[in-house]
Design a protein around this ligand. Structure first.
Ligand SMILES: [Fe+2]
Length: 304
């Protein structure tokens, strides 16, 4: 499937008011216009797309859907055919849902471990319309998507890997340097980073562990770091450089109990001409100063 990456995500949260402050004033994201029929939700922008992250009202903090972007209509139609041929149950998004997401067309489906996904193309876009929440804050999004996501999965099965690799056409990066069982995957058209999504195994639990978003400049990242420090926001890992994607990043908790890995790419991703087996998680830094699994990773029953 000709997928670019994660185009948008939807989060459910009882803490939208906290997000209305955190999104623009800590991350510096722009605040979009909530579409008709969903005025209670918060739509956050990172670029000239209508939105990248939607926070919807809900009783608990959890990821509601992960939206993958097909490069265009032809790729989308081919992907729909592939899902059908593989026997994957898909729901075609109706006009109301297309309007909410601001896309031409979309389908919905779940992966073999139960996460809700969407595939779309043609999200609404208005050139030079992005206004950041903080002066001059800019993100790397545009043709790359919103960044990467890491979920915790109650199971890690051959069916999951087959779904991601054989049906969705993702590239298998490897298992990374962690001690647990985690698989890293990137979409076919992503040649800039090691993963768009990773699944980490934790039996009995499920949830969003972190999202990685890319800040355009080192100053953007540094100013975000200052704000997180000044506000006393719970950190998870200090500044550091991973072996897998050797960029500068730090991890802190959002109002929804999952983490944002704030990243600035300051050297090109070296690629993976063969399966890499890193000796260690990071070249330097990334000292763990908070829980690895926050309250967004929940008992399985909360998702049923
Ligand atoms: Fe990350």
């Amino acid at each position: 499937m000709d997928i670019i990456g994660v185009g948008y995500i939807g989060i459910e949260s009882p803490n939208i008011d906290a997000w209305r402050d955190y999104g623009p004033n800590v991350l510096g994201m722009g605040v979009g216009v909530a579409p008709e029929g969903d005025e209670q939700s918060l739509y956050l922008r990172m670029d000239d797309r209508r939105h990248r992250i939607a926070i919807h009202p809900g009783p608990i903090d959890r990821v509601s859907y992960i939206g993958w972007e097909a490069v265009g209509r032809v790729a989308f139609n081919a992907a729909v055919e592939k899902f059908r041929a593989a026997g994957v149950e898909i729901t075609v998004g109706d006009e109301a849902l297309r309007k909410l997401r601001g896309v031409r067309e979309l389908i919905r489906f779940t992966d073999p471990v139960g996460f809700q996904h969407e595939l779309f193309y043609g999200q609404k876009w208005d050139p030079h319309s992005f206004v950041s929440g903080l002066p001059n804050r800019r993100f790397v999004a545009d043709e790359r998507g919103l960044g990467h996501i890491v979920v915790i999965s109650p199971e890690y099965t051959p069916a999951l890997e087959s779904f991601l690799i054989d049906v969705m056409g993702f590239h298998w990066y490897g298992a990374g340097a962690g001690k647990g069982k985690t698989g890293f995957f990137r979409s076919k058209l992503n040649n800039k980073t090691s993963h768009d999504i990773a699944y980490g195994l934790r039996p009995g639990s499920m949830g969003l562990q972190h999202i990685g978003i890319f800040f355009a400049t080192l100053r953007d990242l540094g100013e975000t770091y200052d704000i997180v420090q000044k506000r006393g926001i719970q950190m998870q890992m200090t500044l550091g450089q991973h072996t897998q994607d050797p960029h500068l990043s730090f991890y802190h908790f959002t109002p929804s109990g999952f983490v944002v890995e704030a990243i600035h790419e300051f050297e090109p991703w070296p690629g993976d001409p063969f399966e890499l087996n890193p000796e260690r998680l990071s070249l330097w830094g990334h000292e763990v100063t908070g829980p690895i699994l926050g309250p967004s990773v929940r008992p399985l029953e909360d998702f049923q």
